[in-house]
Design a protein around this ligand. Sequence first.
Ligand SMILES: [Zn+2]
Length: 138
Amino acid sequence: MERRGITTFMIQNTAEKSSPPNVGLGTVLLRGCRLRCPRCGQGRMFAGYFRMRPACEACGLNFQPEAGYYLGSIYVNYGLTALLLTAGYFALMFGTNLSDTGRVVVVGTFCVLFPLWFFRYARSLWRGLDHYFDPPAK
Ligand SMILES: [Zn+2]
């Protein structure tokens, strides 16, 4: 593993951040919702439901830049799940006549199924946000 001094890190980091993203934030988020490459919008990020492609088939953008890269997407997935769960719980509590057990079943089912469905979108949005805020050096 290469060890770098803080000065080298700061110089390289500044140089990388100085190259502006090639598209706007709205475009990057839209591409993320379509599970497409954040840079070109053409290549698909997933080859299967849970299997990511290593790189964009159209422009070559690396979809797996480092080990643990998508850890942040778990926070995106968890945050949205918790937000929707909270809103849904209160909607069920005040908007329906469901019993406590009924609410637990509905909310528990949502807690299992929604993160599985949203998994790909969370990763795609995470890759897009990283591409926008910290674009790769040219
Ligand atoms: Zn691409």
